[in-house]
Design a protein around this ligand. Structure first.
Ligand code: ATP
Ligand code: MG
Length: 267
């Protein structure tokens, strides 16, 4: 649905943040973008949202380059939504309920359904108890979860998630992982993360960004076996790849697969 063609982006101060980036979201339901700090992930996501305009190249949506008129972008963003890396960029209202309700009220949904949807979304991220809380009292991890709830209520077909689990505890990271897997059944997801275990387990296809350029792409089981390349990009291997290489287990796709295997007493 979204294809990025020969994308270049230069910030006003001259920083060449993206160079000749080509990405095809139809490579999988969940596509990952990984790379060290400053490699260009957030810049890429902001370009896809039409918040930044490419210096060169294009973002194609349904086989046509996106346009930068207010009208086009308003429609486009009904279908393409983002969880920003920084939750402060996402949260506008002073209390949790109004913040999540905002986008629903904006498209004219009646208050009874707004309430139902908001409660459902808060339940998904384990935050129902925060419903009346002023946003400025929330912890960072709670803000992050509220930001995710805010996009879950919308029916966008494409969801960009820029480091959705950063700052979350292990339990919540696992919950968000399950949510992503669940919603990927009817959404296409582009996710960036520094959590290589998460990326390895949930992505169908990944791109490695290094200093603004894609240096590798492929299925996680292939990309994460290339130690030299990962080192070049300052990335590490997921634990399942490490045990495969060091303990000569099969290459498990996720923890469940590992558990069912080790449960048989083979490891
Ligand atoms: N507003 C800006 N003006 C100038 N340079 C910027 C601006 N925002 C980002 N950059 C630079 O663009 C490059 C890419 O930054 P970006 O935030 O896209 O990286 P990232 O991969 O998301 O990093 P992180 O993992 O830390 O989130 C970096 O060199 C950064 O310093
Ligand atoms: Mg970033």
């Amino acid at each position: 649905m979204i294809r990025i063609r020969e994308l270049y982006y230069r910030y006003e101060d001259g920083t060449e943040a993206l160079q000749n980036v080509n990405i095809d979201m139809d490579r999988g339901k969940i596509v990952g973008v990984i790379g060290a700090n400053g490699s260009g992930k957030s810049t890429l996501f902001l370009n896809i949202m039409g918040i930044l305009k490419p210096t060169k190249g294009s973002i194609e949506y349904k086989d046509r380059p996106i346009e930068y008129t207010k009208r086009y972008l308003r429609e486009y963003r009904k279908n393409v939504n983002i969880v920003f890396q920084n939750p402060e960029q996402q949260i506008f209202y002073s209390n949790v309920y109004d913040d999540i309700a905002f986008s629903l009220r904006n498209i004219g949904i009646d208050e009874k359904h707004v309430r139902e949807k908001v409660m459902w979304a808060l339940e998904q991220v384990d935050c129902l108890d925060l419903i009346d809380k002023p946003v400025h009292f929330l912890s960072y991890g709670q803000k992050k979860r509220i930001a995710i709830a805010g996009v879950l209520v919308m029916d966008s077909k494409v969801l960009l998630m820029d480091e959705p689990t950063s700052g979350l505890d292990p339990h919540m990271t696992k919950e968000i992982k399950d949510i992503i897997l669940k919603i990927s059944k009817d959404k296409n997801i582009l996710i960036s993360s520094h959590d290589m275990d998460l990326i390895y387990e949930i992505c169908d296809y990944i791109y490695i960004l290094n200093k603004g350029s894609v240096i590798c792409q492929g299925e996680p089981q292939d990309v994460f076996l290339d130690g030299e390349l990962l080192e070049q990009a300052n990335l590490v291997k997921p634990w399942l790849v490490k045990i495969y290489e060091n303990l000569h287990t099969p290459l498990f796709k996720d923890e469940e697969e590992f558990n069912s295997f080790s449960g048989k007493g083979i490891i």
